[in-house]
Design a protein around this ligand. Structure first.
Ligand code: 5GP
Ligand code: ZN
Length: 138
């Protein structure tokens, strides 16, 4: 896996587009392109590591700090009933992109969300509007 074959490495390198939220030296946050709920965001490590087993602790700490920041912004912007932070490792956990990432998923009461959700493309204008609302709190 290298910067050309990994979609998240390409987003980090700005060679693939994404609705970016914020970043620091070791992590980058952007909107998920198949949102399971409006406002679904991803936080990735800038280092390419497939899973939590491969990721150095300082990178995990940076991702975690950005998760907290983004979750607070999503909470302020969208006022959801709750927020789930989800992170999957390996095919058995339905990890579909083999570059470490954490999901910030706004929840609504009784949304019935299952953890192994299927990927359904979102509407770009709706995802972009969500990014703007969240960025206002970052
Ligand atoms: P996983 O299933 O590995 O936990 O989550 C991978 C996530 O990456 C999925 O929710 C999927 O929608 C998202 N994703 C896959 N390709 C792209 C892409 O090119 N751009 C963005 N923004 N998200 C992506
Ligand atoms: Zn990568």
């Amino acid at each position: 896996m290298n910067v050309h074959s990994c979609i998240f490495c390409r987003i980090i390198a700005r060679s693939a587009p994404a609705f970016l939220l914020c970043e620091d030296e070791h992590s980058l946050a952007f909107m998920d392109i198949n949102p399971v709920a409006p406002g679904h965001a991803l936080i990735v490590s800038k280092t390419h590591a497939e899973t939590i087993f491969d990721l150095p602790i300082p990178d995990l700490q940076a991702v975690s700090a950005t998760v907290k920041k983004v979750a607070q912004a999503v909470n302020s912007a969208l006022l959801p009933d709750g927020i789930s932070v989800v992170q999957s490792n390996g095919r058995g956990a339905a990890q579909s992109v083999l570059h470490f990432h954490m999901h910030v998923v706004p929840r609504t009461m009784d949304d019935g969300l299952l953890l192994n959700w299927s990927l359904r493309p979102g509407e770009l204008s709706a995802i972009e509007a969500m990014a703007e609302r969240i960025r206002a709190y970052l």
